[in-house]
Design a protein around this ligand. Structure first.
Ligand SMILES: Cc1cc2nc3c(=O)[nH]c(=O)nc-3n(C[C@H](O)[C@H](O)[C@H](O)COP(=O)(O)O)c2cc1C
Length: 406
């Protein structure tokens, strides 16, 4: 009889979990409700800290963005944002609010991890990262997955935190080479990651692969290279492939080849618990293969897989670094900002049209960047069309069970 994923368990620090990890999807696409269902069912769910304060404002009615805006409103027409900073205490408060609320509602034997999007440098990379990680640990998060950034000092900045050795730390890499670099920095604080997510070219969100070469890479091959590297170093760390694992059978294939679990996201974007607005969910369900592409529009500098119908591609927006400003780098710069002011200077008195970048902060917060995995066009095959022509949205439980038992 064919094996199902339920024949396997992900072992993390002595705990046994269903080997399904639902990946982080910012801003508030992988909601607490989505993550909590994955944990209740015995797997791992991720909440995301992309846009921490904006997320708290969306979910808990706080006014952190407004407060920051009041403080920095004088910078609105000033292209130099180097003095526009996050207040670290407020940032910690926002992070704690979200993690605390989520952890307080946790049921079942699974775990809740935080996806920490390191590439959001927040005009003060080291201190804002330290604050985000520390606040999440203070508020009792089970684990932290460091993603999209590969700061080699991430572990170092929190090495004195009392939970540094008991919380789970994971890292997302897209090659054995990137993992080697991270392991060198981990050796310096004598702390290996507790799990390693290997994200391949079919994933959603920001990617380590570009528009012209993503199809030359293969998740199975990269995962095998990572496993071989770990064996060579005599390290037994769970490896979790991600990107394009669409069915339970796909997942079984990976665990039969040495993976400890799989990380999945696209199947959950259109669940009832996902934070995407209903119109976006239906657009994902209607997507055709040719609607999905890898774009260079994100000002983070990383390629990002998108749906061509993303509203962010239709119209530019005024930068909003005074209340948001998550993408600002260590010098207070952002490539969208640069392009916006270039266009403004070139076309005086007209609203600038920036065609090659979007304002990630503003557009993600408004759910106008429809990032998705390469398999999004297959979503329609795993649900039903309703009489009114729309698609039925499954629950997290249905999709989770489909991976676990399907
Ligand atoms: C809508 C969406 C948003 C995502 N956002 C993030 C993110 O904020 N941070 C991150 O590390 N990965 C992000 N990802 C990647 C997922 O966590 C996951 O690793 C990957 O998409 C798994 O592949 P699959 O979507 O084919 O199942 C996102 C994926 C999707 C589909």
């Amino acid at each position: 009889m064919a094996m199902s994923l339920d024949n396997y368990r992900l072992k993390l620090k002595g705990k046994e979990l269903v080997p399904v990890v639902v990946g982080g999807m910012g801003v508030n696409i992988s909601t607490a409700e989505l993550a909590l269902e994955a944990a209740r069912l015995g797997g791992v769910g991720h909440i995301s800290d992309a846009g921490t304060e904006a997320l708290a404002d969306l979910r808990y009615g706080t006014k952190f963005g407004r407060k920051k805006f009041e403080r920095y409103r004088g910078y609105i027409d000033n292209p130099d944002k180097s003095d526009v900073h996050f207040d670290l205490e407020t940032l910690a408060e926002a992070q704690k609010l979200h993690v605390d609320d989520t952890m307080g509602r946790k049921r079942g034997d699974g775990m809740i991890f935080l996806n920490c999007m390191e590439k959001l440098l927040m005009n003060n990379p080291r201190e804002t990262l330290r604050t985000r990680l520390s606040a999440a640990m203070d508020a009792g998060i089970d684990g932290i997955t460091l993603s999209a950034g590969l700061h080699l000092k991430s572990l170092q900045v929190v090495q004195d935190h009392p939970r540094f050795r008991d919380v789970m730390f994971g890292i997302i890499v897209s090659s054995a080479r990137a993992l080697k670099l991270f392991m060198r920095s981990a050796a310096r604080v004598e702390r290996w990651p507790d799990y390693i997510v290997v994200e391949g070219p079919l994933a959603g969100g920001h990617l380590a692969f570009g528009p012209d070469d993503w199809f030359e890479y293969d998740l199975g091959i990269i995962t095998a290279e990572v496993l071989e590297y770990l064996r060579g170093e005599d390290l037994d760390i769970p490896v979790i492939p991600a990107g394009g694992v669409f069915t339970g059978a796909d997942a079984v294939h990976f665990v039969e080849n040495g993976a400890a679990a799989v990380q999945v996201a696209t199947r959950f974007t259109i669940t009832q618990e996902s934070g995407l607005p209903s119109a976006a969910k239906q657009a994902y369900l209607k997507a055709r293969e040719e609607d999905i592409y890898v774009s260079t529009m994100s000002p983070t500098g990383y390629p990002m897989r998108l749906l061509k119908q993303s509203p962010a591609l239709q119209a530019s927006s005024k930068p909003n670094c005074e209340s948001l400003g998550y993408v600002l780098d260590a010098k207070g710069q952002c490539s969208y900002l640069d392009r916006y002011y270039e266009e403004l200077a070139a076309n005086k008195n007209k609203f600038p049209v920036v065609e090659d970048k979007f304002c990630l902060c503003t557009q993600m917060r408004a759910y106008r960047v429809w990032t998705c995995g390469q398999n999004t066009y297959r979503l329609k095959d795993v649900t039903e069309k309703l009489p009114d022509g729309s698609y039925r949205l499954p629950t997290v439980e249905e999709v989770f069970n489909d991976y676990q038992h399907g």
